[in-house]
Design a binder for this molecule. Sequence first.
Ligand SMILES: [Zn+2]
Ligand SMILES: [Zn+2]
Length: 225
Amino acid sequence: MSEPPESPYEAENHRDLEYYVEITGTRYNRPDICTCCLKKTDIRRPVRAYGKNNTSISTRMPLCADCLKHARQFTWLAVLLAAAAYIAGTLAAGFGLRLITEGPVPVLLNALIRFAAASGIFLLLSALIRMKELPQHHAARFDSVALSGMLPENGEARMKFAFRNRASAQVFWEGNRSIARPVTSAAKFNTAKRASVLRLMLCRPAMLWITGGVYVLLSLLAANV
Ligand SMILES: [Zn+2]
Ligand SMILES: [Zn+2]
């Protein structure tokens, strides 16, 4: 496994900053270095953004096998935690309901109690369990590059890329100098740092919505049994 090249900004990799490069048009040069750790790679991962009027654009950006691994590790841990919390919560709720009442509980109330118990345990566990900090050469756990969408301006399409690694933004800018605006930055929590699973999931709200949706569905099914 080759080491990533030394980045002039490596010491800044875990700072709470995000770097933006805006380009004109939708055609651009894609450097073949990982957007997270700068290692040379020919692996591309899809990046998607949603714009106005239900339009969406998707593109592919480089992410090496190591960085794909640390992104997937987080996803799997979150999924396992959600499953364990659901099982514990719904068992506790079912047991509690049998202790309190002998008669049947209305289905919706039953489902609500199961949902609340599972969600409560999930939030508690995910706030307590912490992911360890990634090595310094990684700049993000799972969001090393994102697309902020298409920004039409004077009838011209513009694409805005958000990088977590400053060197990666710089290399992208250099490769697209003729169509890109200078790199800008803004404050954003850095997911490569040591943080609770909950804190990291808040950076990926879709994961929380999906977990909540699955919990509602399973609670309704369990309440009907
Ligand atoms: Zn990488
Ligand atoms: Zn990485």
